[in-house]
Design a protein around this ligand. Sequence first.
Ligand code: SF4
Length: 277
Amino acid sequence: MSVEYSSITCKTALSPCKLPGLRYSLNPYVGCEHGCKYCYSPSTLRDEWMGLNWGKFVRAKQNIAEVLAREVKRKPKGTVGVSTVCDPYQPLEAKLELTRKCIEMLSKHDFPVSIQTKSRLVLRDADLIDPEKFDVGVTITTMDRGMAGLLEPGAPPPNVRAQVLEEFSSRGVETWLFLGPIIPGLNDAEENLKQIIEVAARTKSKVIYDRLNLKQWVMGRLGSVLEQERPGLAERLPALVREGSEPWRQICSKVETICGELGVKCETAFPSWPSAQ
Ligand code: SF4
């Protein structure tokens, strides 16, 4: 798939963030070449064209490091999520190094940083990732390479993401595994969940799990994968992932039981949502 690259300028680098544990988010790119079918970032950007073309464009915030240099001097310290609506280590980062420049500056000014990615390119910046100031998380939805290729067509395969956790964990960096989204009927089988949680156990990573979030434009991209893999599931999904639904409670229970058996700490991504406990 061809991706259209362009440059833009930004006015803000550190944006206020309501995600648990984060004070700010920092997104060096608008758009994400990983193009995950379930991604709901476009809905947070509230742009229909982006929603319909997610994965096909990337706009680099060419001046983000300069903007950040001013902000780190005047904004209160707080944990920065890198990133929340794009992957900070998507392919273009190899050339532009915007994320690298930003995390270097954040670290220098003592802002704690929480990195989330699906890419091994984060290992390039291992020299900057100080265990005292950083944690690193990767997202894994399935260990099945074929299924991952369907759901996350532009992202590195799951075993590569597991290696990222192994590497940082061995360097003493706090690591976590984002198990999500869990899509009932597609990747919620016990065997799949167990294979993922085993990665967390091996790397001493905490598991943070989440359900599919059916925000605007998600089904437009995910629908064709579901139709191919599980005909008829798309119509049932809204009820299966509804807040407080019995199927979701059962999935929570499954995840928490496996984590308990393997000695892995786990929590839901959004603690206000009901879990098995
Ligand atoms: S890597 Fe993250 S931000 Fe990028 S498309 Fe996938 S879910 Fe969305």
